[in-house]
Design a protein around this ligand. Sequence first.
Ligand code: NAD
Ligand code: UGA
Length: 464
Amino acid sequence: MVIEKICCLGAGYVGGPTCSVIAWKCPDIKVTVCDKSIERINQWNSDKLPIYEPGLDEVVKECRGKNLFFSTDIANSIQEADLIFISVNTPTKTIGNGKGRAADLKYIEGAARMIADLATSNKIVVEKSTVPVKAAEIIMKILRANTKPGVEYQILSNPEFLAEGTAIVDLVESERVLIGGEDTPEGQKAVQALCWVYEHWIPAKNILTTNTWSSELSKLAANAFLAQRISSINSLSAVCEATGADVSEVARAVGRDSRIGPKFLEASIGFGGSCFQKDILNLIYLSECLNLPEVAAYWQQVVSFNDYQKNRFTRKVIESLFNTVSDKKIAILGFSFKKNTGDTRESPAICVSKTLLDEGAKLHIYDPKVETDQIYYELTHPQVTNEPEVARKNIEIHSSAYSAVTGAHAIVLCTEWDEFKELDFKKIYNVMMKPAYIFDGRKILDHEALINIGFHVQTIGKRL
Ligand code: NAD
Ligand code: UGA
């Protein structure tokens, strides 16, 4: 089975970069990325792409209009495609059964119904979104119940492992591509067809094939393991602060054991991002539905601990500032959930900012990539506050770190952007209120140097 045309439903953080790299590496394949949102597609077709991702602009510029297209013509794209990626969002349900934990599969269902309505020839449908185990069965049921005569479907699971901020490198040099399919001759043919696409640039040994359910569960498992490591090191950061141990030294010593490994042991103000919490909650809900309450409780602790860590850090800020931040100017440096992305979904900076606003602080926020409107949105929408106007009045967004810190009582560093390490802290000290405080939530600054300048410094996992 040869793949000549690919359609991707969902032009978000996954669909956009993934399909851009496929187009770049597979000049023989026409790739069309579709979205229901006209605005998002217009942005993909403009000079300012809807997401910031190092290296993405170059890839898109090279392929767009040649074999890479961004389109709202979903019907035509589905009809002409041999293979369709479903890369739509799968947020946590906010209402009804499983509210707050289960994945909301309405967009997956919507995509499946679109395909069923529009397809007039055989299709390989690939679940790229992160879904609960057995979601492929839902897609299959919808497709097979609505199929037109002569149209056959194969459903594959091909979860995405890219991390934001490093998406292009992650896609180009994938440690593993995972493909799950049905153990039937037709299912295996479809698996091989998708393997062929990736083999354009991924060594065959890095392409793993499994059954569909293992593939779906492996994605949830990978995110749960990663998040668990962060909660584990963050739990030790609290012990370090109470004892005089240094969490960076502990991480270095523990990570030297090759069975544990050194990566993903950076203590922080807590993990953020659109997926870790959502996917663990998804696993928790799945475990509960499978009548496995002990499994659910085990993973719940990873999420609960993350909330504790975010609150612990904010409490420390408030306590250090004489237990009141009311009317104090506080500079928030960094608002995205990690460096090298403009994405703010579940950013720990939101939790920190919200608590400080609730305590009456005046926030002066600077982030190199997050749009002003996005910061306002995150701190004023109805789920965050009943008084959006009051919050808005107490927030000012700055276009440089220096202007954000001028006249501030404290700096709270929430994102580990490299440029924060290069700031002239002597100059900053001179323009701040005294005593001047810095709370380094990412352990990236030179604390000794800051103390020598005169700052009061607090960080994660180390008593200063
Ligand atoms: P996103 O919200 O950025 O993008 C999803 C897009 O799908 C939206 O633009 C939405 O308009 C569109 N959409 C919804 N229904 C549609 C339909 N029927 N037809 C066409 N477009 C439709 O989400 P994302 O961050 O790209 O995540 C997508 C999936 O990938 C999620 O399941 C997520 O868990 C998973 N994932 C995300 C990342 C990441 O880094 N963001 C990494 C790995 C996996
Ligand atoms: C994560 C996974 O790393 C990807 O493999 C996965 O595909 C993706 O989720 C997904 O399914 O969405 P992402 O959330 O983009 O990627 O970014 P990460 O680098 O994993 O960081 C997540 C959060 O953990 C960030 O807030 C980061 O600052 C924090 N973190 C990360 C730490 O606090 N300490 C660390 O050691 C590493």
